[in-house]
Design a binder for this molecule. Structure first.
Ligand code: GLY
Length: 336
């Protein structure tokens, strides 16, 4: 479906009132009024515009009577397969040694099950390996060589440990001895099936030129992803170090449990983190969330970010509100 009608947009202005609070928008970008942030399940929400094809694949799977986990996995595999995406899958930016190390996590609301892999090299679909960890082992997380051995044992598809293009870029970076560059546009995908159950997954190649062995928030349950079948789900993208220190997605879900709308829960999580963090709002973190009532939302630091929303009635990219100091005053642990 095409864009929302103009009447749904608050355009041009730098600020808007959302949930009774002052929100700063990306300059000139539309933010949907909160009353519009609802859809009839099946509902799929993912981070960034590149999540939209993943959402649409997930919807296709659900409409073909696939399970919620099948939908999450198939959706995320679309982004992991994108040779043009530098932050998810084996086309991603490598670590400081020139090797792509992938992180992924998957959760099932029913049974409250989770599986994850971290620092996995040479396998095309970490989301599928994470699912196998959940379904075929007694564990939740496998990392590095152990994760690779497990993936090999179960016959998962292999691939080059770095793409030719990223290898060339890495060589240049190495010669110039730049500091690690930040690139962390993770896909997190959360959904509610028509029967009301909630599932989620996330996948990333993490911070570009990171130290070998670095894990971000994406494989951490409650960091980059959290699903609670009684309440809803949340996913994160951005600088994982600033999410995992605060159990970011767990916090979003707990705010929803207290009754906050998913968008307010994302906003309040960012405010909470910024109040404590020495960096204040200079955190580069973004959240998406859905609740059991079919409501969804997102929020990011600065000017916010774009996320993708898909249901049988529409599939579109939505601008989130951003959060700055404007509405909460002192941040960074300065609050008395
Ligand atoms: N959010 C992904 C990462 O920091 O690795």
């Amino acid at each position: 479906m095409s864009n929302m009608p103009r009447r749904h947009f608050l355009t041009g202005a730098a600020t808007a009132l959302v949930g009774g609070r002052l929100i700063q928008n990306a300059a000139g970008s539309p933010v949907l009024p909160m009353a519009e942030l609802t859809a009839k399940a099946p509902l799929i929400v993912s981070t960034w515009p590149f999540g939209k094809p993943s959402n649409e694949k997930a919807l296709e799977v659900l409409q073909a009577k696939g399970s919620g986990l099948d939908a999450v996995e198939a959706g995320i595999r679309v982004t992991e397969s994108d040779a043009g995406n530098p932050s998810v899958g084996l086309a991603g930016i490598p670590n400081a040694e020139g090797v792509v190390q992938l992180d992924a996590c998957i959760m099932s609301g029913p049974g409250h099950r989770a599986g994850s892999v971290g620092a996995l090299s040479g396998f095309r679909h970490p989301i599928s390996v994470a699912r196998a960890v959940m379904e075929k082992t007694k564990h939740v997380m496998l990392v590095a060589d152990g994760a690779a051995a497990f993936a090999a044992l179960h016959g998962f598809e292999t691939g080059p440990k770095v793409s030719p293009g990223q290898h060339a870029a890495w060589k240049k970076w190495k010669e110039q001895q730049k500091r690690a560059e930040k690139n962390h546009d993770t896909i997190a995908l959360i959904l509610q099936t028509a029967s009301g159950d909630i599932f989620g997954g996330c996948s990333t190649s993490g911070w570009g030129y990171k130290l070998p062995g670095r894990l971000g928030d994406s494989p951490i349950v409650g960091g980059g992803l959290y699903v609670d079948n009684e309440v809803g789900a949340a996913g994160a993208t951005g600088l994982g170090e600033n999410v995992m220190r605060y159990c970011g997605t767990f916090l979003v879900v707990e705010f929803m449990r207290q009754g906050l709308h998913p968008q307010d829960a994302c906003l309040e999580t960012i405010r909470r983190i910024a109040r404590l963090d020495p960096k204040g709002f200079d955190l580069s973190i973004n959240f998406i969330a859905i609740d059991r009532n079919g409501r969804f939302g997102g929020a990011g630091t600065g000017t916010g970010f774009e996320y993708s929303v898909t249901c049988p009635a529409f599939s579109r990219v939505v601008q989130s509100p951003g959060v700055t100091t404007a509405d909460i005053g002192p941040v960074g642990g300065n609050r008395k």
